[in-house]
Design a protein around this ligand. Sequence first.
Ligand SMILES: [Zn+2]
Length: 66
Amino acid sequence: MKWLMRRCSRCGRYTLRHDRCPYCGGELYVPHPHRFSPDDKYVAYRTEMKRKTGLLALDKPVYYDP
Ligand SMILES: [Zn+2]
């Protein structure tokens, strides 16, 4: 299925155009969330990439203050 709706990254309005925002001329992106599957085949690769780029710090203790 092809997504038709786009959202402007500058003003946040929705449009059906695919090139530019008709209101402000900003860049458009697909506002739909990524597909999700409970049996994710690539979670090991994503976790490894996040850990290597510092987005995911598994070696640091998690600070929890309820
Ligand atoms: Zn816009």
